[in-house]
Design a protein around this ligand. Structure first.
Ligand code: ZN
Length: 590
């Protein structure tokens, strides 16, 4: 059962992170903040900092960071719900789980709202499907991509016309509020227009087969993002949703396996060629939540990646996300395609039988892939130095595996021990070390820690941190919605929106709002890169001006990149009307 977000906001305003951490770790006042030796790594001089103003902790030594909720989860090994309950107990309130203390009317109103949104989505879907039949260019496109009528029907594929307000055709009261909430219409400077234009539309469905979002593939425009998904809405949460899962369900049961690929085109092409058990994560690496979902359907999960560098990187991220979900009765394997192929082109060239044959004989079990990749990362394992490096890497992974994967964990440890010619017991000892001593009655968490590499942070990362620490600066963040934003800029925009609409006033609230969102990784990396000397206490006017300057610089960067791209496009073809408009906008703003 979910906990209402505004309850968490309130809670974080009432409790004080200093009290909570102090209960476990003795804190010393140092300026505006509190200091301690870090409970998450071993150190002699304190680099663990707690900021009462920001309600946030950060260790300059190991990079560990978070809110009061995050601290309890990490330090005391509590789940999110347990941590919130723990905090609520301290101030004597009980946690309202949605579904319980909500009044019947509220529940009904909420239900009605969902129904309204669902209706909008299904009307849009029907509209886009009609449009696919009406536009020759769209039909030609799907034909060229080799999709047949049956596949188009199965996945409800449609077409959003190249028009700013085509949804007006079916909604008389365009732009109504529900269209905006559902993410179908966006507003910019008082103008309203369709989010999806000139795109092949792929409905994204929930477990019951209801359309809750769309993914759109651009037909030909060079200046626009190739793929565009619906934003997070009351119906749609990207991190817990997989494209094609509803359609694939019976095939998954029958074949007793599921295949995770990168895009909707891969899913639909595979299905057409007889591999109906494929699904795709939506523009992100598979999250832990995705893997949990998949293990509910079957115990065998295959990931298929392109053989290029990007594919390898995505695979490694999937592996890291999967570790806590592993169990001895479940298996995960990876298939890497030749560099020139993606699943779509591969299945077209070789057919379904060959493809499933490859899954069987060429895929690499997670445990083997893990070890191979560790060795690759270190380079060689002939010196003691290299061996220590590999142990350090393994230390980030093995402790994340739960008791449910005890045998697998043992076997992985054993294999690694053999590889570096070491006794299993010694390796086990080394990997188990470094975990802080137990405190009170709480069971100490085994720390899932990503590598902390001190690095120079990008301007965007710095801006993200500054905004988190100084919510009052949200007024300076104005990134027009029609711009195509890279992830780090998009998170900036998102944080500003949260602050503006929900009036959040500390960092902890913002971070808890974004827990589990697609921006978690970007946020994590931005915070890891906190530099010494970045002050956690109150900013000066100079700091504020620096933020404004930084914002201007970011805007210029994005604007110039887009102008450059559009100008390049215009060298070899005429710009569309939309592109010309965008270019004019961009040039005017310069
Ligand atoms: Zn630390």
């Amino acid at each position: 059962m979910a906990i209402p977000q505004d309850f968490v906001d309130d809670l974080l305003e009432k409790v004080d992170i200093v009290d909570i951490i102090e209960e476990f770790v003795p804190l010393k006042k140092g300026g505006a903040n509190y200091l301690a030796c870090c409970p998450f790594h071993q150190e002699k001089t304190p680099s663990f900092t707690v900021s009462p103003a920001k309600q946030f902790f950060h260790c300059f030594g190991c990079g560990e960071h978070g809110t009061a909720v995050g601290f309890l989860m990490k330090y005391a090994n509590l789940s999110f719900v347990e941590a919130v309950e723990n905090l609520a107990n301290r101030i004597g309130v009980s946690v309202p789980h949605t579904g319980r203390q909500v009044s019947a009317e509220e529940r009904q109103a909420k239900q009605q709202r969902r129904l309204n949104l669902q209706e909008i989505m299904s009307e849009c879907e029907a509209f886009y499907r009609r449009k696919l039949n009406a536009f020759v260019s769209a039909q030609e496109y799907v034909k060229n991509r080799g999709l047949d009528a049956q596949t188009i029907d199965k996945y409800g594929i449609g077409y959003a016309p190249d028009n700013y307000q085509s949804l007006q055709e079916i909604f008389d009261d365009y732009p109504n509020e529900n269209l905006i909430t559902a993410g179908m219409v966006i507003e910019n400077e008082g103008r309203f227009y369709d989010r999806f234009r000139h795109r092949i539309m792929f409905p994204i469905r929930d477990g019951q087969g209801k359309t809750i979002a769309f993914g759109g593939r651009i037909l030909d425009k060079k200046g626009d993002a190739k793929y565009l998904n619906s934003p997070e809405t009351p119906l749609f949460n990207k991190g817990s949703c997989l494209y094609g899962l509803y359609e694939a369900r019976s095939a998954i049961r029958q074949e007793q396996k599921v295949l995770v690929v990168e895009g909707y085109m891969d899913v639909t092409a595979l299905s057409q060629y007889g591999i109906g058990y494929a699904v795709a994560a939506l523009g992100t690496a598979a999250t832990a939540e995705h893997i949990k979902l998949l293990f509910r359907e079957t115990s065998r999960v295959y990931f298929c990646f392109d053989g290029d560098n990007a594919g390898r990187k995505a695979a490694w991220r999937a592996l890291e996300n999967a570790l806590p979900q592993l169990a001895d009765d479940k298996s995960i394997a990876f298939l890497f395609l030749p560099p020139e192929h993606d699943p779509d082109s591969f299945v077209r060239e070789y057919g379904a039988d060959y493809f499933s044959g490859c899954l069987k004989k060429d895929s690499i079990a997670l445990s083997d892939y893990w070890l191979d990749e560790l060795v690759k990362q270190v380079g060689d394992i002939n010196s003691d130095e290299k061996k220590s490096q590999i142990i350090r890497l393994a230390k980030q992974h093995l402790p994340q595996m739960s008791d449910k994967a005890r045998s697998l964990k043992f076997l992985m440890t054993k294999k690694l021990a053999e590889k570096i010619a070491m006794e299993v017991a010694d390796l086990d000892y080394l990997i188990g070390q470094d975990i802080a001593p137990k405190k009170k009655s709480y069971k100490k968490a085994v720390l899932p820690k990503s590598a902390y590499r001190p690095k120079i942070s990008t301007t965007a990362q710095k801006m993200v941190r500054w905004l988190l620490m100084n919510p009052q600066w949200a007024k300076y963040v104005r990134l027009p919605e029609y711009w195509i934003l890279p992830e780090e800029y998009a998170v900036l925009q998102n944080i500003a929106t949260l602050i503006n609409t929900l009036k959040l006033n500390n960092m902890a609230q913002i971070l808890e709002r974004l827990r589990g969102s697609e921006y978690e990784t970007v946020l994590h990396h931005s915070l890891l890169a906190v530099e010494h000397g970045e002050d956690w206490s109150n900013p000066t006017e100079d700091d504020e001006r620096a933020f404004q300057d930084g914002m201007r610089k970011l805007m210029d960067d994005i604007r110039n990149t887009q102008i450059k791209e559009l100008s390049e496009v215009s060298q070899y073809r005429a710009l569309s009307k939309a592109e010309q408009e965008l270019l004019t906008h961009l040039l005017m703003g310069r």
